[in-house]
Design a protein around this ligand. Structure first.
Ligand SMILES: Nc1ncnc2c1ncn2[C@@H]1O[C@H](COP(=O)(O)OP(=O)(O)O)[C@@H](O)[C@H]1O
Ligand SMILES: [Mg+2]
Length: 364
């Protein structure tokens, strides 16, 4: 069984410091939902409030429609998993998994049966008698998940559970976690500062900055239609040009920047005279563009980072910007012509430029 989780104007203050600031959202039953944001933005604080280790200083948390204020962690239908797995090295795998059941007085045969079922679920059948130190890092991670599942939570809370694993294992475990979530149908609330993790696993992602939610939506909308400068630069790479809106019509805005006049989608309906940022993804930038209209910038090549099937071309920062221009190029066999120092013209179609109100960017 799974339950929905509602955050209703949730705020957490520590003295004068507001760690979580007026967060409202509704996580559906059976959803894989991630909170994504830089270190210190308040992710763990949100999870601790949902799990019951502390109550918010303002607002309410409801699980399955029930207000959770004053209800301790053991009385909530949640289970929490974090990076430090805290498995018991002296106990067998099966005893680790069944630990919570033993605490609840479940008899030995029933514990063993449940452990076997969960070992099947995490794709480690027949491993119940192994010792914890006979397992790989990824297998230990799965055992920790099985142990949390043993007590039949309705909501699983995961706080950066993969961050101690190496890259390859982490990528493998993304698929494993997603599969376990699908098989159990439980609500998963996942916290990470790793955008790749959040975007690949989640039904929806909430991007956070400084205790606030910047944007909530499916992965594709977070990447393709960022609503704030922070989201545009925290999730994936983005080129940024800064300027003022000089004309707005037909869904497009003309922005006068020190690098020239640029035209992009006026997604937030900005009016003439406003301070604007125009964002363009490196994979939407074109070299020697035919279809870019006036959206052209000519700068010297700084360097070319060859990646095999593609390359990242870096041009010196345009006037008025501290950030170099990034252009992702398919390897068409002609990359050799891009020598450092040579002036090149790049551009983008107006549909590939996103005009947003000026605001804080994510740190590099
Ligand atoms: N118990 C506490 N007392 C004071 N400040 C805290 C406490 N817990 C967290 N904070 C502060 O709240 C902010 C958010 O912390 P946290 O939720 O752990 O961030 P994240 O998990 O996103 O890295 C941080 O600035 C942290 O120092
Ligand atoms: Mg944290």
């Amino acid at each position: 069984m799974s339950r929905d989780v509602e955050l209703d104007h949730v705020t957490m203050r520590f003295g004068d410091f507001t760690a979580v600031n007026d967060v409202s959202l509704h996580i559906k039953a059976g959803e894989f939902f991630s909170f994504l944001g830089p270190s210190g933005c308040g992710k763990t604080t949100i999870l601790r409030m949902i799990s019951g280790f502390m109550d918010p200083t303002g607002g309410a948390i409801r699980i399955g429609g029930q207000d959770m204020r004053g209800i301790g962690p053991n009385k909530r239908p949640t289970a929490l998993i974090f990076q430090n797995l805290a498995l018991f090295p002296m106990m067998s795998v099966a005893d680790n998994i069944a630990f919570g059941l033993e605490m609840r007085g479940v008899d030995k045969a029933a514990r063993r049966k449940r452990a076997e079922e969960l070992l099947d679920l995490i794709a480690l059948p027949g491993s119940g008698d192994k010792r914890i130190d006979e397992l790989s890092g990824g297998q230990k991670q799965r055992v920790a998940i099985a142990r949390a599942l043993a007590v039949e939570p309705q909501v699983m809370l995961l706080d950066e559970p993969l961050s101690a694993l190496d890259l390859k294992l982490r990528q493998h475990m993304r698929a494993e976690l997603r599969a376990i979530q699908r098989r159990t149908g439980l609500t998963f609330i996942y916290i990470t500062h790793d955008q790749g993790e959040a975007l690949t696993m989640s039904d929806r992602v909430a991007v956070m900055s400084r205790g606030r939610i910047e944007q909530v939506g499916p992965s594709a909308s977070i990447y393709d239609a960022p609503e704030t400068p922070f989201v545009a630069t925290f999730v994936g790479e983005n080129n940024v040009f800064r300027g003022k809106v000089t004309a707005a019509a037909d869904g497009l805005a003309r922005v006068e920047t020190p690098a020239g006049v640029l035209l992009g989608r006026n997604a937030r309906g900005m009016s003439v005279g406003s301070d604007a940022l125009i964002f363009v993804r490196p994979e939407r930038m074109r070299l020697d563009p035919a279809d870019a209209g006036d959206n052209r910038v000519t700068r010297p090549v700084a360097h070319l980072d060859f990646e095999g099937s593609f390359a990242n071309l870096v041009l010196s920062a345009p006037e008025g910007s501290p950030r170099p221009i990034l252009v992702q190029l398919a390897n068409d066999g002609r990359l050799g012509s891009l020598q450092p120092g040579a002036e090149r013209t790049v551009g983008f179609a107006p549909a590939d430029g996103l005009v947003l109100p000026a605001g804080e960017l994510a740190k590099d």
